[in-house]
Ligand binder design. Structure first.
Ligand SMILES: [Zn+2]
Length: 123
């Protein structure tokens, strides 16, 4: 899967929602300081609400269109919208701490705290 990036369109939408000016967002984005997945999920949720609210499309059509736009599966869009992820817990393999499914799959089952302390050992 290709690495997700924030497009100019994403940044300007997010700027409007967050009241952070576009120039600042562009600088942060260049530094890699923005969490692409979180921003995409915020945008997806707001676009979904807006488009479904217009009453012209079905929930399924809107979810499908957003999935295409953001290069993720429709299931993933629906998961974001209905917060399905919170219903199931995932636990760190090292310390047993609770973590999100996203973190669990991204970090191969190890929580941020454990990763950070592992990095600390090698500094
Ligand atoms: Zn841990």
């Amino acid at each position: 899967m290709k690495k997700k990036k924030l497009s100019d369109k994403d940044l300007s939408k997010f700027s409007g929602m967050s009241n952070i000016d576009l120039e600042t967002l562009h600088s942060l984005d260049k530094l890699g300081a923005l969490d692409v997945v979180s921003i995409h999920s915020i945008l997806i949720k707001s676009e979904y609400k807006r488009l479904v609210g217009e009453g012209k499309y079905t929930c399924k059509q809107v979810a499908e269109a957003l999935a295409n736009e953001y290069g993720i599966s429709r299931y993933r869009v629906e998961t974001l919208i209905y917060n399905k992820e919170t219903s199931k817990s995932f636990y760190c393999k090292e310390c047993g701490g609770e973590m999100t499914r996203y973190k669990f799959s991204k970090n191969k089952g190890v929580c941020d705290n454990c990763i950070i302390s592992n990095i600390g050992k090698s500094i």
